[in-house]
Design a protein around this ligand. Structure first.
Ligand SMILES: [Zn+2]
Length: 74
């Protein structure tokens, strides 16, 4: 019974095992795009834009900061 050597070091998935925001290594990490809020001259939130890169966030950061979750499909 031959075992194939799958998953050699350095070829793991792109998703990190720590939160990119706070550094926590919680069990409930998800890939998100941060949402940046744009303020006008009166310092009121006028618009928002999506970050152009993906981050890995823990559950606490996903509750605390505006973001959009990224689905698992590539
Ligand atoms: Zn976090």
């Amino acid at each position: 019974m031959a075992a194939s050597a799958a998953g050699s070091p350095g070829t793991v998935a792109a998703m990190s095992d720590r939160c990119d925001s706070c550094g926590d290594d919680g069990p409930d990490l998800a890939t998100v795009q941060r949402i940046y809020v744009v303020f006008d001259e009166q310092h009121q939130p006028a618009d928002h834009r999506l970050a152009d890169e993906f981050e890995t966030w823990c559950a606490v950061c996903r509750v605390t900061y505006p973001h959009q979750e990224v689905s698992g499909e590539d």
